[in-house]
Design a protein. Sequence first.
Length: 149
Amino acid sequence: MTKKASQKQAALSPLENAVMGVVWEGQPMTAEAVRERMEASHKLKDSTVRTLLRRLEAKGYVEHDVDGRTFIYRAAVAQTNVAASAVRSIVDKFCAGSVENLLVGLVDDKQISPERLQELANQIAAAEAAQKQNIRKTGKSQMKKKAHS
């Protein structure tokens, strides 16, 4: 996956989002495989699936390789990056850009408990501490290499 969510991408329609869900789950895959996996929820013609995949590629969500005459599709953006971008859009539209307002609203609406929110805060703090530790180790390792050069 080559693209970051920080690159502003066009929003996904509900049907494009359904196609992306299939691609994320089963990649790499052909247009025919996408159509078959979507058959239970969406009765789409082969040409419709191909059009959707071309649009997704134009928007930067998928990429393809060619095997003979067959296009093999894979996601160009991680699902978590697209989700984070969608959440950022919601925060900007409905919470005046404040993640804190979103979290308070989720607690007020009983979508998440204050205890669970604290657990998540602890996990984030631990991940940040581990990341800082890795940066320090990498920096020391690079300094040793330069000293020995």
